[in-house]
Every structure is written in C-alpha cells, then in structure tokens.
Design a protein around this ligand. Structure first.
Ligand code: SF4
Length: 382
C-alpha cells in the first residue's frame, strides 16, 4: 500500500553572475537587473497552483537552490518565506537551506538571512586554491570563502555545508588534501565532496581542460576520505559527509525516495498521490523567461509523468543505494506501492555478485557494492 513519505519543497532561483564552464545546471548568466519581484510573484503563484496536490500534508524542509540564490537579498527571501508560511503547514523545526556563492555575500549578510528564517546554508566553495578557482571559472577567491565562513559563524548558523570538488585541472593530490584540511578548519556541519566531471553541453565538454589521471583521482578520493573520517565526518551518502546528526534533511529525503514539490524555472517535483495510488514526477517550464510567462498563461508544467512499476524499482534503488544506511524491504513496499516479490530477481543477482547482503528484511551493501555502486544500481534497471 502506497504511503506518502515526508514532503520537502525545492525552490529554484536560476540566475548566476556568470556561467561556470563545467556547470550543467539550469542556471543562466544574469544580464541586467535581477527580475526579483516578478520572479517571487511567479514562484508563489506556482506554489499556489501545486497546493491541491499536497493538501493536509506537512513540509519538513525547504531548499533554495540554483543558480545562485544568494543573489536574492535577505528581504526578498523573507518575503518568499513569509508568504509560504501562510500557504503551507511547516513542521516546527523545519530545515530551511539557502545555497550561497562566496562571491555574492556582499549582497547581504548571513545574519539578515538567518533573521529571514534560513537555518542552514550550503556554501559553493569548490576549492580554497585560487588557481583552481580560476581554472573553474568561479567568481570568488579563497578569501571570499573564509569571509563567508566568518559571516556564517557570526550569524550563528552552525549548520552549514561546504561544497568541494576534486580532480580539478592541474590539481595535485597534495592540493586536493589541502582543500579538505581548509574546509575542515572552517568547522562545517557538512561537507559535499564531488569529483569534477565533464558534463555534455558545457564549455568544458567542448574544450576539455587537462585533468588528473584516474589513478590520481582515485588516490585523492581515498586520502580525502581518510582525512574527513579523522575529523569525525560520516560518509552517509556517496559524496555527502556530515558531523554526527547533521545530515541534510532535504537531500536525505530525496535519496530515501521522499516527496518534494518543485517550484521555479526547471524545478523537478516528485509526489505520491495516495488516493489514486500513483507517483508523479513533474518538471516546471525550464527557461526563466518562459517560466515568468507562465504567470500569465498558467502553463507552469513542462512535463508530468506517472512512474510505472519498472521506473519505480529503478528510481527507488538508484536513489536509496547512494546511502550508507540499509534499505528495508517494508520501506520499499510503502514508498513504491509494489510487492517485494517483484524485486526478487535483481536482489538475488546482486547477492550472487557479492554487492549486497539480504537478511531479515534488510538490504545492506557490501564494501564491493559501495565501490561498484553504478553496477549495483544497474541491476535494478529490469
Ligand atoms: S555558480 Fe553554480 S549554478 Fe551558477 S554557473 Fe556556477 S556552478 Fe552553475
């Protein structure tokens, strides 16, 4: 029986000062003035239009992602949150995250964002090395990261994440480790540690920079992981590390196949419709101009898709297998509405390959399964 999981709200703010050459997000260089007021009105109308799909449900997390949400001032975020509070039932300790670019903190202080209700920040540092930051086309320097961290501590926002990338153009193992050292010294609650990948339709894909070889990148991953473990970080998801009890509630909900409303240009949503016993994925109009026009014609949705049994199995395992925690087969049944007998064949195959162990209704990844996570996920594409 399909049971609605926790519900989050994702808010996409699509503009950046300029486009980074490796970025394949729905982000757009800002030309001229930020159309903040029009966009805020569009976001709230978009949310209002979605409300009938989540009547009676509480929201446990809100995430302002981008783009560069910190281009919006604290006052503007305050307006959005104030009006949302009148539309949604938020749980008392709702987690509200703002992604911030260290190059834009002069737009407003974290104290002002905290007063607006932001209680978690994800800082897009990427590196503490100025040469690496230049190679990535970032608008900030390492000083900006340190100033941002000071401002976070001064605002009393201890629940913050630092985004770091490794395998950067010209980066040595030593430099990758220094980045982790400097991130740890900032005392974040959370570190997201990703390998730079060259995504299609980016400037880096068209003009690839020279990257460290596979062996060096593997050595970076191992050495950085060891350093994070020594600093008491727990690797609860492939790229996500947290101090005990400081996981990202919003992201954890994605990986546990939870529900989320997605508002804003190109935002994705996933919603369990318990009465109809179906799960929908939604995508809003992608281009900011088309999205703003939806405020006039009401055509917010670019796509709605009902997940069939095959997609449910794959998407559930694709997400949940990113996590270190075991999967419960009863949780799988509640989240997908499917019967565990329907996944007997892929489970057996994964056990035979030594990638998981199944016992007493729990699916636990082996060390081999974690190392060859993509292969393991692929088994559930049946
Ligand atoms: S700041 Fe972030 S979202 Fe914007 S272009 Fe760079 S990587 Fe993409």
């Amino acid at each position: 029986m399909l049971t609605p999981p926790p519900l989050g709200l994702y808010v996409h703010l699509p503009w950046c000062v300029r486009k980074c050459p490796y970025c394949d997000f729905n982000s757009h260089a800002l030309h001229g003035e930020l159309p903040a007021d029009d966009y805020i009105e569009a976001l709230l109308a978009d949310l209002e239009n979605d409300l009938p799909m989540v009547w009676g449900r509480t929201v446990s997390s809100i995430y302002f992602g981008g783009g560069t949400p910190s281009l919006f001032t604290a006052n503007q975020i305050d307006t959005v949150l104030g009006r949302m509070r009148g539309m949604l039932q938020l749980i008392p300790d709702v987690e509200i995250t703002l992604e911030a670019n260290p190059g834009t903190i002069e737009h407003d202080s974290f104290t002002a964002y905290a007063q607006a209700g932001i209680n978690r920040v994800s800082l897009g540092a990427q590196s503490f090395d100025d040469q690496s930051l230049r190679a990535l086309g970032r608008i900030h320097a390492s000083d900006d990261v340190e100033r941002s961290v000071e401002s976070l501590h001064a605002a009393g926002i201890s629940n913050f994440n630092i985004d770091l990338m490794y395998g950067l153009p010209g980066q040595s193992l030593e430099l990758a480790l220094t980045d982790v050292e400097r991130a740890v010294a900032c005392k974040p609650a959370h570190v997201s540690h990703y390998q730079l990948t060259l995504e299609p339709n980016t400037l880096f894909a068209a003009q690839p920079p020279e990257l460290p070889d596979d062996d060096t990148r593997w050595a970076m991953q191992e050495a950085c992981a060891e350093r994070l473990i020594n600093a008491d970080f727990e690797n609860y998801e492939i790229s996500a590390w947290s101090q005990p009890g400081r996981t990202s509630r919003h992201n954890l909900n994605y990986w546990r196949f939870g529900d989320y409303l997605g508002i804003g240009a190109g935002a994705h949503g996933k919603l369990t419709m318990a009465a109809e016993q179906k799960i929908l994925r939604t995508t809003k109009q992608r281009h900011p101009n088309r999205y703003l026009a939806a405020h006039l014609d009401g055509q917010w949705l670019m796509e709605t898709r009902e997940l069939d049994a095959r997609s449910l199995v794959f998407e559930y395992f694709l997400n949940h297998l990113r996590l270190a925690e075991p999967i419960t087969l009863s949780g799988f049944e509640r989240a997908t509405g499917l019967n565990q007998e329907q996944i007997e064949a892929p489970l057996r195959k994964a056990v035979e390959k030594g990638l998981i162990e199944v016992s007493k209704g729990l699916v636990v990844q082996t060390a081999l399964g974690r190392r060859f996570n993509n292969d393991l996920q692929g088994i559930f594409l049946v």
